[in-house]
Write a protein that binds this ligand. Structure first.
Ligand code: VG1
Ligand code: CO
Length: 543
């Protein structure tokens, strides 16, 4: 066994997006593509000697090959120890948990999250720092800069290790520990939630359906929900991770998790339904014939946080991404705690969590989490909801409706226009930005514009500034239209249109969402000319 230094040359386009570097498998498996990026990560994070690295992925196609490559490169960089999930499996929140618990200097997560997998699907890689969270923008930009000047990478020529056998092996001098990917995470969940109360709920007959979507959450959900908490066998469906996610699209929204939605709408529907995504950091919560919007879920968990032992001491603050609805802001105001508004992407919550300024965080894209790790966490949200059901002894729908009655309802929807031409998408956003000045005060449909800008964020902890994080048009009644381009796609551009309208009166809390937002949808079309510019007459996905 020997460490080799291999000559290479920069490969264009290795800039990490909202959550790491994501490309088609065909791109990632090109010679030196992965090696160049990993070398750039190691060069950027600095001296790796004597450090511990956590390594795992969501089990998608190319995961195992990539893990062996990363192990050989980590050994060539002097890492003392790598903790790798058995079978190469570890969910994003579990990696965060393991980094923190074992004092690792960082971790590499191999995932393209909710993007489809398989030989024709997507692959991705993301570096998390010693706090367990995604590398901040400053670091990801430095990694990208490094990919543009790289000339060599270091790699051991040692053989593949057996990823399926638990225990310790060596690559060069480096210790590789193949660990149970669930154990540390399950232990943490037990500290946060009232497992006895949830167990009593199942013993009393509560029926649930958790859709693992053949992605990474299955083993976690099966071990915790069925194994530790006593949910009936079969409560977890599609629970075995598959390299192509069974041909599905592991994105837990009502469109892609159609199997779960059909079950929850059936005659003999369970009481509670949930789904998670490719890498286990997203969650969708569903009641009987009743979907909970992610923005509402964040607000409801915040309003009731004290039911869970891990949050009984109260919340320091709440943080939400800018496009996420203002439902959480109303809860924060009632609790007398701050609510922070950050750009899209979990990396922007890291400093607030580290500084103890926020306890719960959430995004409209089915992401919820807390200071227990530094990633959003799908199963955590499910357990929080089960803890809430146990405390309230009410149905999901009753809990949500009671919340609206107290705080008012923030009608909310996101319209995605996927795989549109990048030039068209950029021109649309440029034209929109060009209209912002002078929009305030104008009457558009039934609305008057109060503020129109391209969102900029100054991190209150380190003062770093992020520009151009989404165009927002805020009306005088608080209604909002937000438009931005996705940073996680791999084909053309995805335009996201976010719509929000607040309704205080409980007599008006049962309007179908798209109907409640129709006036705003028309204004958005008038301003952005989506139909005319993209040639699409409807969004690809509406959530
Ligand atoms: C999307 C979501 C964002 C989320 C990101 C990563 O980003 O909108 O809220 O943080 O995915 O989630 P974008 O740039 O495509 O809008 V995951 O579960 O893919 O790590
Ligand atoms: Co994800």
């Amino acid at each position: 066994m020997a460490v080799q230094i291999i000559n290479t040359a920069p490969i264009a386009g290795q800039r990490p997006g909202t959550s790491g570097l994501r490309k088609k498998v065909s791109v990632f498996s090109e010679p030196q593509y992965l090696e160049n990026f990993v070398q750039s990560v190691f060069d950027t994070v600095g001296d790796c000697h004597g450090q511990t690295l956590v390594l795992g992925g969501d089990g998608r196609y190319y995961n195992r090959t990539a893990i062996q490559t990363v192990l050989r490169m980590a050994a060539a960089h002097g890492y003392a120890r790598v903790l790798v999930g058995q079978g190469g499996i570890m969910s994003t929140p579990a990696v965060s948990c393991v980094i923190r618990k074992h004092g690792a200097s960082g971790g590499l997560i191999l995932s393209a999250s909710h993007n489809p997998g398989g030989p024709d699907g997507d692959f991705g890689i993301k570096y998390n720092t010693g706090n367990g969270g995604p590398a901040p923008e400053k670091l990801t930009e430095a990694m990208f800069a490094r990919t543009e000047t790289i000339t060599q990478y270091r790699i051991s020529d040692s053989a593949d290790i057996d990823l399926d056998r638990l225990g310790i092996v060596h690559v060069e001098q480096m210790v590789v520990e193949v660990i149970d990917p669930v154990a540390d995470y399950a232990e943490l969940m037990q500290q946060l939630f009232d497992f006895d109360a949830i167990r009593a709920l199942f013993a009393g007959g509560l029926r649930i359906c958790f859709d693992g979507m053949h992605a990474v959450s299955g083993p976690y959900a099966t071990a915790i929900l069925e194994g530790m908490l006593g949910a009936k066998k079969g409560s977890v469906i599609n629970g075995v991770p598959l390299e192509d996610f069974g041909g599905g699209h592991p994105d837990p929204n009502p469109v892609n998790a159609h199997e779960l939605i059909a079950i929850m709408a059936g005659d003999n529907a369970p009481d509670f339904g949930a789904a998670s995504d490719g890498d286990g950091d997203r969650n969708m919560i569903v009641g009987r014939r009743f979907d909970v919007t992610p923005s509402d879920s964040l607000a409801i968990l915040a309003a009731n946080a004290s039911v869970a032992p891990g949050y009984a001491g109260g919340l320091a603050g709440i943080a939400r991404s800018m496009p996420t609805s203002g439902a959480a802001d109303r809860v924060a105001a009632a609790l007398g705690i701050p609510c922070f508004e950050t750009p899209t992407g979990w990396k922007f919550f890291g400093n607030l969590l580290d500084a103890g300024m926020a306890t719960l965080c959430g995004e409209e894209s089915y992401g919820t989490g807390s200071n227990h790790v530094r990633e959003k966490d799908g199963l955590w949200a499910v357990l929080f909801w089960l803890n809430l059901l146990a405390a309230k002894q009410q149905s999901v729908e009753q809990i949500v409706r009671a919340h609206w009655a107290t705080y008012g309802r923030n009608y909310y929807s996101r319209h995605d226009y996927e795989a549109i031409d990048s030039a068209v998408a950029n021109a649309l956003m440029d034209a929109l930005r060009g209209q912002l000045e002078g929009l305030a005060g104008q009457q558009l449909g039934d609305y008057t514009v109060a503020l129109a800008d391209d969102f900029s964020y100054t991190d209150p902890v380190d003062g770093s500034v992020s520009h151009k994080q989404g165009v927002r048009i805020v009306m005088t009644d608080g209604s909002r239209i937000v438009l931005r381009l996705s940073g996680t796609g791999t084909e053309g551009a995805t335009l996201r249109l976010y719509l929000e309208r607040y309704e205080a009166d409980p007599a008006h809390h049962s309007i179908p969402t798209q109907e409640a937002l129709a006036g705003l949808i028309a204004v958005a079309e008038q301003l952005a000319q989506i139909r005319e510019r993209t040639g699409r007459d409807a969004p690809t996905v509406t959530t």
